[in-house]
Design a protein around this ligand. Structure first.
Ligand code: ADP
Ligand code: ZN
Length: 754
C-alpha cells in the first residue's frame, strides 16, 4: 500500500522575489488550510507571512527538501479564487511578484492586528503564533435597550435616559453620551435595576455614515443621456463584458447616467464599483450617491485610517455594501457579483500608481470587468487619446453627450497673448474681467500650475539658479515658511541673502507661483476676499473640503489654485476663470505634454458658468498658436485628437506602440550608467536573437536625473506587440544581474516619463 502522499501547497510571499514557493502542509493544518488564507512559513532563517494559493500542481519530487507550513493565520479566506486570478494577471502583466500584488490589494488594516506570541507546539518545541481575528482593530460599542417589566424607575437623568431608550428602541452608548453628557453611573444603575439591558457589538468606523444626506429621485434623462443609458442597460442585461467610453463635456450629466446605470445593475442583483480621482472624492460626490441609493455604500480614500479602511473592506466582503466609491486602490474592493465598473475622469494620471506595483487602475478596470463579465464605463470630458482611438476603432462602445444639460451654454472663451509682456502677472483684459466680475458679485477662479511664491532664485552676477542638492531640480520659494523647498524630496533651505555659489548680493526671485499670485491679487483688489488652493493650503484631513466649502458658501470671491481646482467640482457661483499660465505643462519633456495641457485647460475652463449665469474664460499664454491651446479654447476635442493622433503615429507612440520604461539608479553615477549600458546591450542582443521589432532606446539620463540622492538612467522599450515586450523582458530578467546597490524599476505602460 502506498503511503498517503503529503500535501504540497503553493504560497506567495510578499518580497521582491520571482515566483511562488512550495511547502509541505502538515496533517494537523489540513482542515484549516483553505486557499486565500495567510500562513506562517519558514523562509531562510526567518518566519514570514505568506498567502496560501492552493495545492501545488507540481509533481512531488524533492519533497524531502520542502519545509512545513507552521501555522494557518486566518479563520476566513481573505481572497476568493476569481480574485486570485485577477492578482495573477496583474503580477504577470506588470512583472511584479505575486505576493507583493496580493499584499497591496488587501487592506493594510489586516496587518495591524497581527501580534505574535510564543507557544509550545505539539512536540514541545516553541513556535511563534500570530493572532489576528477579533484583534484590537475591530471596534465594539455597548448598545442599551429597555427591558419590559415593572422595574423600579429612577428619577432625574436616569429616568430621562429610560424614556429616551423606550422611544428609540435602543441606543449605542456613544449617542447617549452625546445627548445626556457623562452618564455611565446612570446606565450602570439602570442595568442593575433590571430596567435596561446592554450588549456589546462590533461596529464600523465611518466618517460619512453619521451625516444625513436626504433622498432624491432619478432625473428624467435628456435624449443624449437616454441613449447612453439604454445602451449600458442593454449591455447589463446581456451579462457579458462590455466596455464603453462615455465622452461628455463637463456638466453634460455623466454622473446622472452613472447613477441610473448603477441602479439598473443593482436591480439585477449585481454590485457596482465607482472609481474617481482622489481629489474628486468629495462629500459632494458621495452625497449624490447616498441620496440616490438606500443600499450600503462603502467609501475608500486615502484620508481613512487603516482601521476605517479595514472596516469598509469587511463591510464589502460581507456583502453589506453593494456600491463602492473610491480612488485608485478601490479597484481591489472585494465586491462579488460585480455588474458595473465606472471610471470617472478616466484620463487622470492619478489612476497610475507610481510606486511599488506600478499598476493603472483605469486599465485594470477593463481587466476586472472582463473577468467578471461586467459593464465598464470610462467617463471623461477629455478622454485619453488612446481611449478615443479605441472607441473610433470599435474596441470601446462610444457614448457621446455633446452638450450641457438644461441648454447651459459653454463659457465664452478668449486667448490672451502674453508674448512681449514680460513682467505682467495679469494682462489688462484679465484685470478688467476680474474687476467686472467682482462688481457683479461673481466668483473667480485663477489657475496656474506652480505652487509656492516664485519658481526660482537667480543670481545676477553668476546666473546660477538655486537647485536641490539631491534632485537637481530648481527650488521653489515658499514665502509663508521663508524657505526654498524642493517639490520632489522636501529638502528646504532658509532664504539666502547672498548667492550660495559666488557670494553676489543681487539675487532675485523669478517666475510666479500660486502664493505670489495670491499676494498680487490681494494688492490689486484689496476689497476682495481671496483664497488659495494647492498642496500647501490643503494639508491635513479635511483641508481640501475646507477650501471648497468656503467657495461653495460664497465667502470667497477669488480662488487661486493649481490643478486641484480644475477637477470635477461643480460651483454654480463661478462666472470667470482665468488661466494665468498653462505653459509649464506644455514644456515638460514628455510625449503626453500636449494631451495633458489640453485636458487641464479644458477642465479648468469647465469650472466656469455651471450655474444660472453664463461663464467667461481667459487663457494667458506664451504659446497662443499651439494646437493644445487653440483647440481647448475652441472646445474642439475632435480637432485636437486629429492633430495629436497624427503626431503619435508619426513618432510611434501609444496607441501605435506599447511602452515599457526601465529606470536604473544608484547613488554612484558611473555605477548607474554602467548598469544601464549593460542592460541596454543585453536587451538589444535578445531582441535580435528573438527576431523582434522592439525598439530599445537609451540609456539616457532621466529627465529628473537625480532624485533623493540617486542618479537615474532610463531605457525605453517600444513595441507594436505587447506580447513581444513581455517575452523579451521575461528573458532579460532571467539573465540580467546587477550590484545590490543598483535599483532597477520596470514600469509597464508608464504615465509619467520623468
Ligand atoms: P457631469 O458629471 O457630466 O459633469 P452632472 O451629472 O454633474 O454632469 O450634471 C450637471 C448638473 O446637471 C447637475 O447639477 C445635475 O444634477 C444636473 N442634471 C444632470 N442630468 C440632468 C437632467 N437630465 N435634467 C436636469 N438636470 C440634470
Ligand atoms: Zn530634492
Amino acid at each position: 500500500m502506498p503511503t498517503p502522499s503529503p500535501q504540497i501547497v503553493e504560497v506567495a510571499i510578499p518580497l521582491p522575489l520571482e515566483g511562488s514557493f512550495h511547502y509541505l502542509l502538515p496533517e494537523r493544518l489540513q482542515d484549516q488550510a483553505t486557499p486565500g488564507k495567510r500562513v506562517l512559513v519558514p523562509f531562510g532563517r526567518r518566519k514570514l507571512t505568506g498567502y496560501l494559493l492552493g495545492v501545488a500542481s507540481a509533481a512531488a519530487d524533492g519533497i524531502g527538501e520542502l519545509k512545513e507550513v507552521l501555522e494557518v493565520l486566518d479563520e476566513e479566506p481573505l481572497f476568493t479564487a476569481p480574485e486570485l486570478e485577477f492578482y495573477r494577471w496583474i503580477a504577470s502583466y506588470y512583472l511584479h511578484p505575486l505576493g507583493e500584488v496580493i499584499k497591496m490589494a488587501l487592506p493594510a488594516g489586516i496587518n495591524l492586528v497581527s501580534r505574535y506570541r510564543c507557544e509550545k507546539g505539539e512536540d514541545g518545541t516553541p513556535i511563534m503564533r500570530e493572532y489576528l481575528s477579533g484583534g484590537k482593530n475591530v471596534r465594539t460599542e455597548r448598545f442599551y435597550r429597555v427591558l419590559p417589566g415593572s422595574a423600579e424607575r429612577p428619577r432625574g437623568k436616569g429616568g430621562e435616559i429610560l424614556d429616551f431608550l423606550a422611544e428609540q428602541g435602543e441606543s449605542p452608548a456613544g449617542a447617549l453620551r452625546e445627548r445626556f453628557g457623562a452618564c455611565s453611573p446612570q446606565l450602570n444603575r439602570l442595568v442593575e435595576l433590571g430596567a435596561a439591558a446592554c450588549d456589546e457589538r462590533e461596529v464600523y468606523r465611518d466618517p460619512f455614515r453619521a451625516a444625513s444626506f436626504g433622498h432624491d429621485q432619478p432625473l428624467p434623462l435628456n435624449p443624449g443621456q437616454r441613449e447612453a443609458y439604454d445602451r449600458i442597460a442593454a449591455a447589463l442585461a446581456g451579462g457579458s463584458f462590455s466596455p464603453f467610453l462615455l465622452h461628455g463635456v463637463t456638466g453634460s450629466g455623466k454622473t446622472e447616467v452613472y447613477l441610473q446605470s448603477i441602479a439598473a445593475a443593482l436591480s439585477a442583483g449585481k454590485t457596482a464599483l465607482v472609481l474617481v480621482p482622489e481629489i474628486a472624492l468629495t462629500p459632494q460626490l458621495v452625497g449624490r450617491f447616498k441620496r440616490r441609493f438606500e443600499v450600503g455604500i462603502a467609501v475608500l480614500h486615502s484620508g481613512l485610517s487603516d482601521g476605517e479602511r479595514f472596516d469598509e473592506w469587511r463591510r464589502i466582503r460581507r456583502g453589506e455594501a453593494c456600491i463602492v466609491i473610491g480612488a485608485r486602490s478601490a479597484l481591489f474592493a472585494p465586491l462579488e457579483r460585480l455588474g458595473i465598473v465606472v471610471v470617472d475622469e478616466e484620463h487622470e494620471g492619478s489612476y497610475k500608481q507610481s510606486e511599488g506595483v506600478r499598476y493603472n487602475a483605469r486599465d485594470l478596470s477593463l481587466v476586472r470587468g472582463k473577468l467578471a463579465q461586467a459593464v465598464v464605463v470610462l467617463g471623461s470630458a477629455t478622454p485619453l487619446i488612446t481611449s478615443y482611438h479605441a472607441a473610433m476603432n470599435g474596441r470601446l462602445g462610444y457614448l457621446h453627450l455633446p452638450s450641457r444639460v438644461r441648454e447651459l451654454p459653454m463659457p465664452e472663451t478668449v486667448m490672451l497673448d502674453a508674448r512681449g509682456q514680460k513682467g505682467l502677472t495679469f494682462l489688462p483684459p484679465l484685470v478688467d474681467a476680474i474687476r467686472e466680475n467682482l462688481e457683479q458679485k461673481g466668483q473667480t477662479l485663477l489657475f496656474l500650475n506652480r505652487r509656492g511664491f516664485a519658481t526660482y532664485l537667480v543670481c545676477h552676477d553668476c546666473g546660477q539658479v538655486l537647485r536641490c542638492p539631491n534632485c537637481e531640480v530648481t527650488l521653489t520659494y515658499h514665502r509663508g515658511k521663508g524657505r526654498h523647498v524642493c517639490h520632489y524630496c522636501d529638502y528646504s533651505l532658509a532664504a539666502p541673502t547672498l548667492c550660495p555659489t559666488c557670494g553676489g548680493g543681487e539675487i532675485t526671485l523669478l517666475g510666479r507661483g500660486t502664493e505670489r499670485v495670491e499676494e498680487e491679487v490681494q494688492e490689486l483688489f484689496p476689497e476682495a476676499r481671496v483664497s488659495r488652493m494647492d498642496r500647501d493650503t490643503t494639508k491635513g484631513r479635511g483641508g481640501h473640503a475646507r477650501v471648497l466649502k468656503a467657495l461653495e458658501d460664497g465667502s470667497v470671491d477669488i480662488l487661486i489654485g493649481t490643478q486641484m481646482i480644475a477637477k470635477g467640482h461643480d460651483f454654480p457661483g463661478v462666472t470667470l476663470v482665468g488661466v494665468v499660465s498653462a505653459d509649464a505643462s506644455l514644456n515638460l519633456p514628455d510625449f503626453r505634454s500636449s494631451e495633458r495641457t489640453f485636458q487641464l485647460v479644458t477642465q479648468v475652463m469647465g469650472r466656469a458658468g455651471r450655474g444660472d449665469r453664463p461663464g467667461r474664460v481667459m487663457v494667458q499664454t506664451l504659446a497662443p498658436e499651439h494646437y493644445a491651446l487653440t483647440c481647448a479654447v475652441a472646445h474642439d476635442f475632435e480637432g485636437f485628437y486629429r492633430e495629436e493622433i497624427a503626431f503619435r503615429e508619426e513618432v510611434g507612440y501609444p496607441p501605435f506602440a506599447h511602452l515599457v520604461a526601465m529606470t536604473i539608479s544608484s547613488i554612484s553615477n558611473p555605477q548607474a550608467e554602467k548598469a544601464a549600458e549593460e542592460a541596454a546591450r543585453q536587451l538589444r542582443g535578445l531582441k535580435t536573437e528573438m527576431r523582434m521589432r522592439v525598439e530599445v532606446l537609451g540609456p539616457v539620463t532621466a529627465p529628473l536625473g537625480k532624485v533623493r540622492g540617486r542618479f537615474r538612467w532610463q531605457i525605453l522599450l517600444k513595441g507594436r506587440e505587447r506580447s513581444e515586450l513581455h517575452r523579451l523582458l521575461a528573458r532579460f530578467r532571467a539573465g540580467y544581474t546587477h550590484p545590490s546597490t543598483v535599483r532597477v524599476v520596470i514600469d509597464v505602460d508608464p504615465v509619467e516619463m520623468l
